[in-house]
Write a protein of this length. Structure first.
Length: 174
């Protein structure tokens, strides 16, 4: 395989056994002409390098613009996701607020019912303790009263239960 080298002065040499051999004998006229051609090649090469450098700079700027654009796009997507999460949280808080408002109405109704029950209890005639009259028959009398109240609470009309309780208590008082 033949190895060739281009020298700075424009000559082409072959390399054999580590030594250089010119492919074409160079004459002094040729040497000047080739030096001038080499200078022209170098000048053209510099222009090309400058153009390449400008193109490289343009490509670098375009790459940076692309990177910034990608970052802006990513940030916009993250912001949109965050906005969706905020909207979801606000909707949830609105729902909870409505539930609290509904519960407050229910609590007010319950409070009104308690007030009515307390007024009813306040108007009930006071009864003395049966022990004062039943004395030794206190347990039997309390049992008769308790059973009668249970029957009324379970739906038996009071007009059917009260006469039975009255008769039991009267028997105990004799």
């Amino acid at each position: 395989m033949q190895r060739l080298r281009l020298k700075a002065d424009g000559r082409i040499v072959e390399i054999r056994d580590g030594r250089e051999f010119p492919l074409v004998p160079v004459t002094p006229v040729d040497r000047d002409a080739s030096a001038s051609e080499v200078r022209q090649l170098r000048l053209r090469n510099r222009l090309t390098q400058e153009q390449t450098s400008g193109a490289t700079q343009i490509l670098g700027v375009a790459q940076r613009i692309s990177d910034v654009s990608r970052q802006v796009s990513t940030a916009a997507q993250e912001q949109a996701q965050g906005s969706k999460e905020i909207l979801k949280a606000v909707t949830s808080m609105n729902s909870m607020t409505q539930q609290v408002a509904d519960a407050t109405v229910e609590q007010k109704k319950g409070g009104d019912m308690v007030v009515k029950a307390m007024e009813t209890i306040a108007n009930v005639a006071r009864v003395t303790r049966p022990g004062k009259y039943l004395k030794t028959h206190y347990n039997e009398g309390s049992k008769a009263i308790y059973q009668g109240v249970s029957q009324i609470l379970n739906g038996t009309p009071a007009k059917n239960v009260l006469p039975s309780i009255e008769s039991k208590l009267k028997r105990l008082l004799r």
